[in-house]
Design a protein around this ligand. Structure first.
Ligand code: ATP
Ligand code: MG
Length: 422
């Protein structure tokens, strides 16, 4: 099952010769078994970090210190990127934000402290003995996310693992075992002791997964979302008595899926975090701005402006970089402007302003806006689609004209001939 790579055997031989143990481990073994191993290889070893660095010298093209405090050394060999971590047996202070690291003395001990059985797999080198003390292969075949020990103990040691369960559900399309979901529900508020940066990194991976709806629904159903992305569960508005508006939460998850289906239109082809997060946050201003007008009409006055502010605030709390905060909140703010386009009523300068305000985000704005339109009834969705096609064509035509103006010389042909003496 494992792709035969000389890197694995060379490292195995090298560490064996030095009297150290080494094994391919964690996500690398899982992904190899799933047939989706990338170029990242994770290893675990008996050698302390300084020794690992010396053993890699003369073999790797480059090595670097990923976090000596965590016992991890990185290396590159050809196309392969390698991370080697010294055996660990973590001891966590119940209320500390950071796991405290102690080195362990065995592969089995190292596997015991890993988050899920499907990640507690190893291939010992150089003999390639498969090590699976917790039935991880069975869970991998069944598509189940389960903790090696009692989920309560595991989540007590590191509450971030609750979020990681949802992240792997999104990434792999696996089900989370019922006892694990129960523990997540009971212990959801413990996530608050985890640093914003660690939460952000897992949330990004969850959103970039192939099944983000599953991951997000799990966060909302267990109450984890109330602590890390409260805007999302708040979208579950009671539908008003006249059923004039649909559930914004369900709508949002559908828009996210529609946006993902349109990502192939991006220059890079996706997956794209900015697009996905904007789709997820596009309506977060609705609960706050909802008004019941006389006559049963429901309005959400300027919810996109309120939503953009809420989005920026949430992203700041999660320590996102400024450029990403600006990009996502701008998309949220602009996603409704198209609704004033009607059947092509905008002037050329309004069309230009639309493109200019979106700037480098224009491709993403097209996707978020189009995705939002698809959840209307069939006929309305088709009409909006046609209107947006029309707008996009006009943007392109105007841009082409502008480019032509820019390259067309101020001189006419006769003047050029005169200058050149022809
Ligand atoms: P990906 O391919 O998305 O990187 P991964 O499984 O490699 O998936 P990482 O976050 O890179 O995930 O972690 C590498 C391995 O380290 C995991 O497979 C798991 O065995 C272990 N691990 C990582 N974080 C934790 C944690 N918080 N608690 C326990 N084990 C963890
Ligand atoms: Mg990894």
């Amino acid at each position: 099952l494992l792709r035969i790579t000389p890197v694995i055997d060379e490292l195995g031989a090298r560490f064996r010769a030095a009297g150290e143990e080494i094994a391919l481990v964690g996500g690398s073994v899982r992904d190899a078994l799933l047939g989706r191993l990338g170029t990242d290889l994770d290893f675990t070893t008996s050698a302390p970090p300084e020794r690992v660095e010396r053993l890699l010298a003369g073999w790797a093209d480059a090595t670097w210190d990923i976090g000596r405090a965590f016992g991890t050394i990185g290396a590159r060999k050809g196309d392969w990127s390698v991370e080697i971590t010294t055996y660990r047996s973590d001891v966590y202070e119940p209320d500390s934000r950071k796991p405290e690291v102690t080195y362990g003395d065995s592969l089995e001990g190292d596997l015991a402290r890993r988050d899920f059985t499907i990640n507690a797999l190893a291939v010992r080198l150089p003999d390639r003995v498969f090590v699976d003390p917790y039935g991880g292969l069975t869970d991998l075949v069944a598509g189940v996310i389960r903790t090696p020990g009692r989920p309560e103990d595991s989540f007590n040691d590191d509450p971030l693992r609750m979020l990681r369960a949802a992240r792997f559900a999104s990434k792999l399309g696996f089900a989370v075992a019922p006892e694990v979901v129960d523990a997540m529900r009971r212990m959801a508020d413990r996530i608050t002791i985890v640093s914003a940066e660690r939460i952000r990194d897992e949330l990004v991976k969850l959103i970039l997964g192939d099944h983000p709806r599953a991951g997000l629904e799990l966060l909302v159903d267990t109450g984890l979302a109330d602590h890390i992305l409260p805007e999302l569960p708040k979208l579950r508005l009671e539908v008003d008595e006249h059923h004039r508006h649909k559930d914004v939460y369900e709508h949002t998850l559908t828009v996210l899926e529609q946006a993902i289906a349109l990502e192939h239109r991006l220059p890079g082809g996706g997956p794209d975090f900015i697009t996905r997060f904007a789709a997820l946050m596009h309506d977060v201003g609705k609960p706050k701005t909802r008004r019941f007008e006389p006559g049963g009409k429901v309005t959400f006055h300027h919810h996109e402006v309120v939503g953009a502010k809420m989005t920026a605030k949430r992203m700041r709390a999660l320590r996102f970089p400024t450029d990403q905060i600006e990009a996502v909140s701008r998309l949220v703010e602009l996603h409704l402007r198209f609704h004033g386009y009607g059947t092509g009523e905008w002037t050329d300068s309004a069309v230009r302003r639309y493109a200019r305000d979106a700037g480098p985000l224009l491709d993403r704005l097209h996707i978020v806006t189009r995705a939002d339109c698809t959840t209307r009834n069939r006929r309305k969705a088709a009409a909006l689609q046609r209107a947006y096609d029309h707008l996009e064509e006009r943007i392109e035509r105007l841009a082409a004209e502008e480019e032509l103006r820019n390259i067309r010389p101020d001189l006419d042909g006769n003047e050029i001939m005169e200058i050149l003496g022809i």
